[in-house]
Every structure is written in C-alpha cells, then in structure tokens.
Design a protein around this ligand. Structure first.
Ligand SMILES: C[S@@+](CC[C@H](N)C(=O)[O-])C[C@H]1O[C@@H](n2cnc3c(N)ncnc32)[C@H](O)[C@@H]1O
Length: 302
C-alpha cells in the first residue's frame, strides 16, 4: 500500500509543537532526522555532551499519512499549528510500502578503513578481486548504531586497523551494531566482549557476530552484567563525552596495564576535560585525533 509522506524542515526549537501537530493530524509515524545529514548514522541522535553543544540546528521530520489524505487540508492544519512554518519547507510525495528499518541499506555502500578493513552492508556480496589481505565485516546494524558511515565509528575502525590484535582480548564498550568488536575479531583478536546499555544493540551485535562467523568468540552483556574479572588487552568505547568522563575510573579497571585504548563520540571542544580526566585516572601517551567535528582520544593504560 502506498503512503503519503510529508517532509518538513524546521528549526529544532519547533520540534515538540511540530510533532504534536503531526500526530494530531493523524500521522501514522513521525521520523526525525538531522536536516544536514547525508547518511543514517549522521542523522542519529547524539545527546549534547560535556560542552552542551547542540548538534542539530534544523530538523527534517518525515510524517507518513494514508495515501488518500488531503494535502491541502494537512498543510492548512499544519500552518494553523505552526504559523512560523515556511511553506516551501514542507513537501509531499507518495512513497511505496517497504521495510522501513531496512530502507537505509539501499544507500549504504562498502567502505574501507585503514589498510585492510572493509565494512560491507549485508546485502552486498564482497568483490572477488579484493586485496588478499583485506578483512571484510558484513554488517546489518538493524536498529543499532554503527555502520561505519559516522566519523566516530570510522575513527575507531582506523585505529583498530593500525593495531596488532593477534591473540588479544578486546572490550567494545557501547558496542551498538558490534561493528568494532567484530572488526577486531576479524583482524585477529582472540576474543571480545561487547557491552551496551541498550538490549537491542546486544541483539544486533550477536546477529552480526553470527553473520561474520565470530559468534563463538564474542560475548555481549549489559554494563551491570560485566564480570568483575573482565579485562581488556585492547579497549574501545564510542559513546559520548559525558559517559566517557563518568566511566573513566571503571575503564581504568577494565584495561590491563599497557593496554591501548580509544575513546570516541567526543565533539571537538570537549577533549580537554577528557584528556585531563583520563590522565588522572592512569592513562598515558594520550592523543586527540580530529575528523570533521569529532575527536578520538587514544592512548595506553599505565
Ligand atoms: C555511538 S554508538 C557506537 C556504536 C558502535 N560501537 C560504533 O562505533 O559505531 C554508542 C552506543 O553506546 C551505547 N551506550 C551509550 N551510553 C552507554 C553506557 N553508559 N553504557 C553502555 N553503553 C552505552 C548506546 O546504546 C549505543 O549503542
């Protein structure tokens, strides 16, 4: 069955009223996206971190209505509820029915990170003429974050690609789709633990581990289920500056002495507080690497 999609670009401050108006108008679903994002991961919601920098200045809302809804009436009701709305920032189109959770995969292409690491969407067969050293992770993130398209993930994948992981135990804290833990295992790590406070992420990680034949070496758990004895030779956490700050003492315990570690999900401008915090918590050789608006901090546990 086709649907009528109303696409609306608004200033972020109008979001609560716009959403309420669309729901009152009978929208069957309302999806929020960063109006400036090109990819689904870029459009993902990041809470403001330590510096409280708002990330989205404008929002695109996609509202689905029955195909036979009257466009003129919808627009009139919307303008009644939102007089600030600029009319040419609202647009209608008829869309075919589809599996909406899967729709983003149509735009997702294989990507290379560092020297050898490739992330392939699950629905694309890896090329037969890839470099013999290439390591391919085949991914279907489902509802979880982590396709490689976001700079925070890319920064971690490149870092992992540069390490000798053979025989190592990895902890991926904030595992999302499992992309980092699975990449580490495919590059040579012996075992990995994926930790996430979202049960859907743990499911996505397990599913992706099975797709990549590494399920026997990857365990997943909620933060409170992580064994007291769990220790990492390699530690990576792509979360956000706020939780990274709070969790520093916990991460210090989880890392073995000498373990390389990387933190991601840090907005440019937030790194100074984190560098000081991690130095105080026993991490050393710290570097901050920037990609677009995002910073990766890496270093070594003393
Ligand atoms: C930005 S995504 C990163 C996903 C993937 N590791 C990647 O690099 O693309 C952050 C993930 O961390 C999880 N997360 C956020 N805060 C957390 C916390 N305090 N403890 C554990 N997981 C957390 C979220 O549920 C989400 O799946």
């Amino acid at each position: 069955m086709p649907w009528l999609e109303l696409q609306l670009t608004i200033d972020t401050g109008l979001q609560p009223r716009a959403e309420a108006a669309l729901e009152a108008m009978g929208a069957l679903s309302v999806t929020l996206m960063d109006a400036d994002a090109d990819t689904p991961d870029e459009a993902a919601i990041f809470e403001p971190g330590l510096g409280e920098t708002p990330l989205w200045r404008s929002l695109t809302l996609l509202a689905l209505f029955d195909a036979d809804a009257d466009r003129r009436v919808l627009l009139q009701r919307l303008q009644g509820a939102l007089p600030e709305l600029v009319p040419d920032r609202a647009d209608f189109r008829v869309v075919a029915d589809r599996d909406w959770e899967r729709a983003w995969m149509d735009r997702y292409q294989p990507m290379r990170f560092g020297r050898r690491l490739w992330i392939y969407p699950w629905n694309i067969e890896p090329k037969s003429d890839l470099d013999p050293e290439a390591v391919v992770v085949r991914l279907d993130p489902g509802l979880a974050f982590g396709t490689g398209t976001h700079p925070t993930t890319a920064l971690c994948l490149e870092w992992l690609d540069g390490l000798d992981l053979r025989g190592k135990a990895v902890i991926d804290y904030g595992c999302g789709s499992g992309v980092l833990a699975i990449a580490a295992l495919k590059i040579g790590a012996a075992q990995a633990i994926g930790v996430d406070n979202d049960p859907q992420a743990l499911t996505a990680t397990t599913d992706n581990a099975e797709r990549n034949q590494v399920a026997g070496r990857l365990r997943t758990c909620l933060p409170e289920q992580l064994a007291d004895t769990a220790r990492a030779d390699i530690f990576v956490a792509n979360i956000l500056a706020g939780p990274l700050y709070d969790l520093a003492p916990r991460f210090a315990v989880l890392c073995r002495s000498g373990a390389p570690f990387a933190l991601s999900g840090i907005l440019a401008g937030q790194e100074a507080d984190l560098l000081a915090r991690y130095r105080d918590c026993g991490f050393t050789d710290l570097h901050a690497i920037r990609r677009e608006d995002w910073i990766r901090i890496d270093g070594v546990r003393e």
